[in-house]
Design a protein around this ligand. Structure first.
Ligand code: SF4
Ligand code: SF4
Length: 395
């Protein structure tokens, strides 16, 4: 098979200092007809300024309603290698830990049955295997499942839950993100593999508010590790940071979002009552500051970029929840959230859109979470709560 292809437009994308997906497709095209036709069709798309993929159709693995995304070329005669070019989503490992053996295993299976092209990881967190034919789907799945792998979520289902590396390597983890995500993945297999929701639902867990997994901007339900206590300050380490040239006033105190820090030129003071546990100061002065007290998580809901109304960040639902195995309190809350969404959600309406449409008050009443100041997104301009007459009578 020739590695030569007439791709002048794609070749442009190989120039410059950055790694290029075109170079990777070319490498795969040297030994795989699907990848070669994928390359040629892409060049044609660039030349004609239009796409030649058709999505959808009912393709899948027996017994599963998700995990496969059907894709077909609209030019199958011209590019027979990509007449079918389905995506297979494989459930990733919590924290994205792989041995080199397991990575080799994934690549070997995919070289045997697919285009050899893959993407680690998709924005949901799955291993994304790009391009195989309809008749190869069952053999691909048989090989993966016989080695202990399973499909991820797709369509209107719970998407593969994912998390930051957490306590495995990070000293800031307030919760065991790896165990939480593994446990939720096992518990909610049905919700992942048999789509029954109005639309997709993503759960992501970060060990602290640094949020390395990007949960707050992407997940319908974010679990963010936090603490209920104070920040321990090591004043000698603070002095050392100053000595090393850190402008503590400008870089730390002035950037504290709640304005709860004071630096007198020698020592740093924190009014813990006003601290929102944003992690800014701790992540900048790792040797001087450390959270202390009870550990748990803040549960947030609702993000997605973009909704019909534009990009939306998560907002707080439960300010603090203890999260210990088997995570019953969180699972019970999740089931109530899904029940509400099932009851009121329109087709292809994400949870956040639904809550914005119908109001936080009704949602809180349904899921049984008490209102709290932390849930108020924009004080005064956009309060979620409206007082009833009986609230005043109770005073
Ligand atoms: Fe560490 Fe926090 Fe990042 Fe998780 S989100 S890896 S706990 S800094
Ligand atoms: Fe301020 Fe954030 Fe540090 Fe709390 S964690 S003191 S809010 S910078």
């Amino acid at each position: 098979m020739s590695t030569e292809s007439d791709t002048p437009l794609l070749d442009e994308l190989e120039k410059g200092p950055f790694p290029s997906f075109v170079s990777e497709i070319k490498k795969a095209a040297a030994k795989n007809k699907m990848a070669l036709d994928e390359l040629k069709q892409l060049e044609k798309s660039y030349r004609d300024k239009r796409g030649y993929w058709k999505h959808g159709g009912i393709v899948g693995i027996r017994g599963y309603g998700s995990g496969i995304i059907g894709r077909h070329s609209s030019l199958p005669q011209e590019f027979p290698g990509v007449a079918d070019f389905h995506t297979v989503r494989v459930n990733s490992v919590s924290g994205f830990f792989y041995t080199s053996d397991s990575l080799r295993q994934i690549c070997d299976i995919w070289d045997r049955h697919g285009s050899g092209l893959l993407n680690m990881h998709g924005s949901t967190g799955d291993i994304i295997l790009l391009g195989t034919s309809t008749e190869k789907l069952e053999p691909v799945f048989a090989e993966f499942s016989s080695r202990g792998w399973d499909l991820g979520g797709s369509g209107s289902s719970l998407r593969t839950p994912s998390c930051c590396i957490g306590p495995a390597r990070c000293e800031w983890a307030n919760i065991d993100t790896l165990d939480i995500i593994y446990n939720l993945t096992q518990e909610f297999q049905d919700e992942m593999h048999r789509p029954a929701f109005p639309y997709k639902f993503k759960i992501k867990a970060a060990g602290c508010a640094v949020d390395c997994i990007g949960a707050i901007a992407r997940a319908d339900c974010s679990i963010i590790g936090t603490w209920r206590g104070h920040i321990v300050v090591d004043q000698s380490a603070v002095a050392e940071y100053a000595k090393q040239g850190m402008d503590i006033q400008a870089e730390i105190v002035n950037l504290c979002p709640t304005g709860c820090m004071v630096y007198d030129g020698r020592e740093l003071y924190i009014n813990d009552e006003d601290c929102s546990r944003c992690m800014h100061c701790i992540s900048r002065m790792t040797k001087a500051l450390r959270p202390a007290g009870e550990k748990g998580a803040t549960i947030l809901i609702g993000s997605k970029a973009p909704f019909v109304i534009g990009a939306t960040l998560s907002w707080v639902l439960v300010p603090f929840m203890k999260l210990e195995p088997p995570y019953d309190e969180f699972k019970a809350l999740l089931k109530k959230i899904w029940e509400y969404w099932d009851e009121h959600g329109k087709n292809r309406e994400r949870l956040g859109e639904l809550v914005i449409r119908r109001g936080m008050r009704e949602f809180l009443e349904f899921v049984g979470v008490k209102p709290s100041p932390q849930q108020v997104k924009e004080p005064r301009r956009d309060p979620f709560f409206y007082w009833k007459d009986e609230d005043f009578r109770r005073q």
